[in-house]
Design a protein around this ligand. Structure first.
Ligand SMILES: C[S@@+](CC[C@H](N)C(=O)[O-])C[C@H]1O[C@@H](n2cnc3c(N)ncnc32)[C@H](O)[C@@H]1O
Length: 509
């Protein structure tokens, strides 16, 4: 059952059967008005991991029209449609500005929440992580879809934002996220009560000891002797202040460099409370896989969905490092190429985003950073190698570029890439193709000469034709492309490094 899907969760949720999932814990975009980058620090090459800015564009209008259409045949969509119509009044039917952004955001979230409701079992629960930007609107949407009676709690996660973190903010510093907790029904739902240890000053009250060595207190009038070993601890409230955010704990080894990653312990708490061993936990906005990691730790089955292929590497790495799980053996990956047939299928669908996903995947095999979607200046990946020359005890930098072609490559394209290499002073360029390269292209590589480092020559222009050997043995990439030893390609480690880049503005704040 354990499965990762790459793609739009609305499409994937719609393919899922009714009442299959016991628990949903999810952390969607919050309408924060920001774009999240997996790579920060080099203005040359930042790649959007996901965008959290919303406009009342045709996609949003189509989403609204679709909700209206479904409202004819589905009570859930009818309730959603009515709710959004009410919000249209509140938001004055705005078609520009932040109010229209909220309308677009709700048109995005509404149908996804409706499908989440459908796939939940009767005794299932959902935790929707959001923040005060949209939590009040989302609560109305959730009331419409799940029923106001099924609202259980609004959990406040105290982020403990450092007070000097935003000294310049004119107002109170935002210090919490909101987690909306609903169940599918009012009756039987799983709730495993969590107790926390008593404070030491409370425990000290049990100072008397009986002949069996048990601590007790009997200092309260009209009440019986109370034994310490019979007290269960303090029942958890809906204000959670004991789980550090990465804002507070910036050096945590748990951080993978994925923007908006949440602490695993936070998600473990929701899973422990609202599911049992063996239950199915779903996160349709799973990002770096915090929910699935937590679910696996607690012996639940899991399903993760994310639209960004860039989320796969940190997710796969964390499943391997923490649980020794291997894709295709211990869990399935859908929508991500694991052989050439799937690569071709991915590209045949002709979707521009999938092309970008593929190109991102290809350049990160070399540890390069994907370049921006727009105006990329003729290359799809870039990185700066730091090279060490022991003879002269000197460190130097050299730029490496990559270009991905999924259609049959042509000589003019290779020449254009060489020009981009020269303009960018690139030491080495990698031209990545799915089709064989021609003799003319090899000649062009000869003409580009070589890059010398520590007495060794490396062709400046190199080619990598992706084929099945790569999927069988990722290390085979080193036999096609020769790079200085400092840059020897170890596929997983390199792609991990891609996400290890320092993040600034890591959490919303
Ligand atoms: C706030 S992040 C989740 C972070 C996650 N909780 C973690 O700890 O890493 C939201 C995620 O939703 C994903 N996303 C946005 N729109 C999506 C869609 N339509 N379908 C699936 N995933 C989507 C983004 O790519 C992003 O990874």
């Amino acid at each position: 059952m354990n499965k990762l899907y790459f793609g739009d969760n609305l499409e994937i949720l719609r393919e899922m059967e009714d009442t299959r999932v016991h628990l949903i814990c999810t952390d969607p975009p919050f309408n924060s008005g920001r774009d999240y980058n997996a790579i920060i620090g080099d203005s040359l090459a930042q790649k959007k991991t996901f965008t959290d800015t919303w406009t009342w564009d045709t996609a949003a209008q189509d989403a609204r029209a679709d909700i209206e259409h479904r409202a004819y045949t589905s009570d859930t969509y009818k309730a959603l449609d009515n709710c959004l119509k009410g919000y249209d009044f509140v938001l004055q039917n705005a078609v520009s500005g932040s109010r229209s952004g909220m309308r677009a955001y709700l048109a995005f979230m509404g149908p996804r929440l409706a499908e989440m409701h459908r796939v939940l079992t009767k005794n299932g629960s959902i935790y929707l992580h959001c923040d005060p930007t949209a939590s009040h609107y989302l609560r109305g949407v959730m009331d419409a879809i799940f029923g106001a009676d099924n609202f259980r709690r609004e959990i406040i996660w105290n982020l403990k934002t450092a007070s000097d973190y935003k000294r310049q903010v004119n107002g109170f510093i935002r210090g919490h996220d909101v987690i909306l907790y609903y169940t599918k029904s009012t009756g039987a739902f799983v709730f495993n009560k969590i107790f926390q240890p008593h404070k030491p000053e409370y425990i000290r009250r049990f100072r008397k000891v009986d002949p069996h060595g048990r601590h007790y207190r009997d200092d309260r009038p009209n009440s019986a002797r109370q034994y310490l070993d019979k007290t269960r601890g303090v029942a958890l409230t809906d204000v959670w202040s004991d789980i550090m955010s990465f804002q507070q704990n910036a050096t945590s080894t748990e951080r993978l460099g994925y923007p908006t990653q949440k602490p695993r312990f936070l998600y473990e708490r929701m899973i422990k409370t609202s599911s049992n061993k063996g239950d199915i936990v779903l996160d349709p906005f799973c990002g770096s896989g915090t929910t699935i990691d937590a679910a696996h730790t607690l012996k639940r089955q899991w399903i993760g969905i994310d639209i960004t292929i860039l989320a796969l590497d940190p997710m796969r790495q964390r499943l391997k490092d923490r649980h020794k799980l291997e894709p295709s053996i211990d869990y399935q990956i859908d929508g991500y190429p694991t052989n050439m047939q799937e690569v071709r299928k991915l590209l045949k669908e002709g979707d521009k985003r999938k092309y970008h996903d593929f190109s991102n995947w290809a350049v990160t095999r070399f540890g390069l950073k994907p370049t921006k979607d727009v105006g990329d200046g003729g290359h799809d990946g870039v990185w700066r190698m730091t090279l060490w020359s022991p003879q002269v005890m000197k460190e130097t930098n050299a730029r490496i570029l990559a270009e991905v072609k999924t259609s049959k490559p042509t000589l003019p394209q290779v020449r254009a890439f060489c020009q981009v290499m020269n303009e960018n002073n690139a030491a080495i360029g990698i031209f990545i193709t799915l089709e064989p390269i021609s003799a003319g292209m090899r000649q062009q590589a000869e003409n580009m000469g070589s890059f010398t480092h520590n007495g060794r020559n490396y062709p400046r222009l190199q080619f990598w034709q992706i084929d099945d050997t790569y999927f069988e043995n990722p290390d085979s990439i080193n036999t096609h492309v020769r790079l200085p030893v400092e840059w020897r390609i170890r596929p997983t480690r390199k792609s991990k490094r891609h996400f290890d880049a320092q993040q600034t503005g890591f959490l919303r704040g």
